[in-house]
Every structure is written in structure tokens, then in C-alpha cells.
Design a protein around this ligand. Structure first.
Ligand code: NAP
Length: 306
């Protein structure tokens, strides 16, 4: 029996581990891929209070090391189900949760869901087919393959802006394609991009189609104001249009909203006793590194009370 099982080793999950461990609890963190979560793909974090500038990878590695030093147990396993333990209360013991993974079952007094979110696809024809042949969802991972080439980034949030800035250091030309006039991301990043000679904003435009045989050659853009289509020749298309949650496995367990996010307030409590939700997988308005870390702390301290 673990005191706390945390599902997901991104910023929220690892912060929760640090707080639960410091509260004297035994902690198991289960992660289906590699630790770090989304921030690992961010080249530079410059808005985490107290840290002027750090790479996303360094930030995540620091969190992981910190939790490991405190005694975190960490396993690379995919969670397939969570359920209430049966009959223990009747037998005089407090009932816990059973967390089932592809490998084995675990028991815990409390569970923190910190599964984050995955990249949202554009949803156009041939998109999946061209992944690795010109389409990417991670500029930091794949940007180098496009050194000296023309690429486009789609999106208007911080990820798209940061990706465009990163790619402008290596690529001949970076087009930033956004469906509106205004950006969702920070003005500071927008202004920095405007200063770059090899970055061009293509606003009020959406990507309609992908062209190419073996590799991406061009995309068709639709101008929302004029209704005109244009062809943009590029070798790489970086899709940065936000995230969608990966909470399907918990659908029968905790309440989800219409977008698939776990319904839990700022106290991170779900509608099920002993199950908490922290970070980007939770229904919330601001999804930032700071809010993921804050959720991790709040959820862990509540879980530590059980
Ligand atoms: P986001 O802020 O949700 O922005 C997504 C962007 O994609 C929006 O501009 C949206 O357009 C556009 N979009 C959504 N669906 C689209 C579609 N189907 N076709 C075309 N465009 C579409 O996502 P994000 O940039 O990944 O950021 C997620 C969160 O992480 C944000 O809170 C962000 O601030 C944070 N973040 C922080 C940092 C950092 O602090 N260093 C770095 C990266 C991300 P509209 O604006 O028209 O809706």
C-alpha cells in the first residue's frame, strides 16, 4: 500500500511527488512515456518566478532529480484502470484505490491524476501520414532537420511563438500562420518575432491541405477574410495549436467536462474521495508551468491528509 500514487511525471506530477514526500508519505509515480511532460519541448522557460532562464529539459530534469533524492519510486507503466478497493472497510481496514497498469496492480490511499495533455492535431487529410516527413509537433525535437529550409508554424499561443523564434535561428524562412489577427501568446514574444528578418506573419489564415509525395512540399492556405486560397512552399510544418487532454481511461471514474478535462476546483479534489487532479488535465483557465506546479503542491498536501 502506497500513501500516494501519482499518474504522470510532468511538472504537476513531480511537484506533487516532492510535496507528498516532504510530508513523509510513500510515493509511487507512474508514467507511460518519459518524465518531464510538455515543458521538455520548450527551448527556454523565462516566466517561472525566481528562474530567469532555463531550458525545459533542464527544468524537468531538476524536478525529477529533486523527487528522486527525496525517495520517489518511479515506474514506466501505463495505467489502464483505477477502482475502489472492495470489502476492506467491512473488514475494519480503510479502503484504498487499486491502480491497474499494463504490468501489475498497486494499492494506494490516495491517487493524483496529473496526466497533462497531448498535442492537438490540425485534423486535415494526410496529416498523420506526413508526420516525420515534414509535419512535426515539436520544434525543439525536429527543428534541426530543417536547417536552411523554409518552414511554417501554425498557431497563435506561446508554443507557436516560441517555436517560430527557435526555428528562425536555423531556418532560411519561418512563416507564422495564425487563424486570427490577434495572438493568444505574450506580446513580448510577438514583438521579438516582428523584429526578425526571416519571420513572416500570415494572419487570418488556416491550413486547408497538405501537398507532397514522399515529403511535404507545400500547404494550401485559406484566407478567412477574402476567401482566397494560396499555396505556400515549405519543407516543414510545425503544428502548435494547443493541447487536448488524455483522460479517456478515467471517464468512468471521475467527472470530465465536455472537453475531456477532469472536473476539479482549485483544491484539486475530484468528485471521488481520495482522487485528485493536478495540472493541465484539470478543468481550469490558466495552464502554465506555475499553475501546474501550484496544483501539484495543493493536491499532494490534500492527499497527505488521508
Ligand atoms: P494555446 O495557448 O491554447 O494556443 C493555441 C493556439 O492555437 C491559439 O492561438 C489558437 O487560436 C490556435 N488554434 C487552436 N485550434 C486551432 C485549429 N484547429 N486551427 C488553427 N489554429 C488553432 O496553446 P499553447 O500555445 O500550446 O499553450 C498552452 C499553454 O501553455 C498556454 O497556457 C501557454 O501560455 C502555455 N505555454 C507557456 C510557455 C512558457 O511559459 N514558456 C510555453 C509554451 C506554452 P485562437 O487564439 O484563435 O484560439
Amino acid at each position: 500500500m502506497k500513501d500516494v500514487i501519482i499518474i504522470g511525471a510532468g511538472t504537476a506530477g513531480l511537484t506533487a511527488a516532492i510535496y507528498a514526500l516532504r510530508a513523509g508519505k510513500s510515493v509511487l509515480v507512474l508514467e507511460q512515456s518519459s518524465y518531464g511532460g510538455q515543458i521538455i519541448n520548450t527551448p527556454h522557460v523565462e516566466n517561472y518566478p525566481g528562474i530567469e532562464r532555463i531550458s525545459g529539459y533542464e527544468f524537468a530534469s531538476g524536478l525529477f532529480r529533486q523527487a528522486e533524492k527525496l525517495g520517489m519510486e518511479y515506474r514506466n507503466e501505463k495505467v489502464t484502470d483505477i477502482r475502489e478497493e472492495e470489502n476492506r472497510e467491512a473488514a475494519g481496514g480503510k479502503s484504498g484505490k487499486i491502480v491497474e497498469t499494463t504490468e501489475r496492480n498497486y494499492r494506494a490511499k490516495a491517487v493524483i491524476l496529473a496526466t497533462g495533455a497531448k498535442n492537438r492535431p490540425l485534423g486535415i487529410e494526410k496529416e498523420a501520414e506526413f508526420i516525420g516527413r515534414g509535419i512535426s509537433y515539436c520544434a525543439t525535437c525536429d527543428g534541426m532537420f530543417f536547417r536552411g529550409k523554409k518552414v511554417a508554424v501554425v498557431g497563435g499561443g506561446n508554443t507557436a511563438l516560441e517555436d517560430a523564434a527557435f526555428l528562425s535561428n536555423y531556418c532560411e524562412k519561418v512563416y507564422l500562420v495564425h487563424r486570427r489577427e490577434g495572438f493568444r501568446g505574450e506580446d513580448k514574444l510577438v514583438n521579438e518575432l516582428r523584429e526578425k528578418e526571416n519571420v513572416e506573419f500570415l494572419l487570418n489564415k488556416t491550413v486547408q491541405a497538405i501537398e507532397g509525395e514522399m515529403a511535404l512540399q507545400a500547404v494550401l492556405l485559406l484566407d478567412k477574410n477574402s476567401g482566397k486560397e494560396s499555396r505556400l512552399e515549405i519543407s516543414g510544418l510545425f503544428v502548435a495549436i494547443g493541447q487536448i487532454p488524455e483522460n479517456e481511461v478515467f471517464a468512468g471514474l471521475v467527472e470530465l467536462d465536455e472537453g475531456g478535462y477532469i472536473v476539479a476546483g482549485e483544491d484539486c479534489r475530484t468528485n471521488v474521495d481520495g482522487i485528485f487532479a493536478a495540472g493541465d488535465c484539470r478543468k481550469k483557465t490558466v495552464r502554465q508551468l506555475t499553475t501546474a506546479a501550484a496544483d501539484g503542491a495543493v493536491a499532494a498536501l490534500a492527499a497527505a491528509q488521508l
